[in-house]
Design a protein around this ligand. Structure first.
Ligand SMILES: [Zn+2]
Length: 215
């Protein structure tokens, strides 16, 4: 009995060391990914400022979702509150400072066609080659921790901007206690619905406007 107890005592520090080691590695990896994304975005912003004519999707004032059925589909799937993220591609063009989203691919088809390679509780991995024919992505943020703190989701993550392709428009959907929200972003800006009840028109928003929208 004593021997077993001693063995367990012996194993415990080893197990703990392995556990903390894995946690440490995961955190280091996470920090490195954040750092890489931050640096990448910083460089891309410089390019956008220098060659504005090549990056029109990065500079729009407004986003209009013309594909009503596609918008309905992403809202419906968001309402299901899945545990894992999901995503899809979208097609868009610029007309007079407005980004017009003309097509939102069905998210189930995006999975079937492996445009979405992997879904986890905090990430959506897209196949970048297959995304070449799209002008941006949509992904869903599950609310594991933010059910009652919806404002947190308004902060677009470093990874969200870093992994988005340059000259694209990207949507993020998430649940709040007031229902589904849809926001848009590119490398530089963020867009929120002009009207709370209509997610098809999104306008560029600064920090104060976002807070006002949330209040
Ligand atoms: Zn995200």
């Amino acid at each position: 009995m004593n021997n077993i107890h001693q063995s367990i005592e012996h194993i415990k520090p080893v197990t703990e060391a392995i556990f903390y080691g894995i946690c440490g590695l995961a955190m280091t990896r996470d920090l490195l990914v954040k750092l890489a994304c931050g640096l990448k975005t910083c460089g891309e912003k410089g390019k956008i400022n220098e060659y504005k004519q090549n990056y029109q999707l990065e500079l729009v004032d407004k986003v209009m979702i013309e594909d009503t059925k596609g918008l309905e589909n992403i809202i419906k799937r968001s309402e299901q509150g899945e545990f894992k993220e999901w995503g899809t591609g979208l097609k868009a063009h610029v007309y007079k400072n407005t980004c017009i989203i003309t097509e939102i691919l069905d998210s189930k088809i995006a999975e079937k066609n492996k445009i979405v390679k992997k879904r986890t509780w905090n990430g959506t991995l897209f196949d970048n080659n297959k995304l070449n024919e799209y002008d941006g992505t949509i992904h869903f943020h599950p609310n594991h921790f933010t059910k009652y703190l919806a404002a947190i989701d308004y902060n677009i993550g470093i990874e969200d901007r870093g992994t988005a392709k340059i000259n694209s428009i990207n949507l993020i959907t998430f649940n709040t206690s007031n229902g589904i929200e849809v926001i848009a972003h590119n490398k530089k800006y963020m867009y929120i619905p002009k009207n709370r009840n209509d997610k098809s028109i999104l306008i560029k928003a600064d920090h104060n406007q976002i807070l006002e929208y949330l209040s």
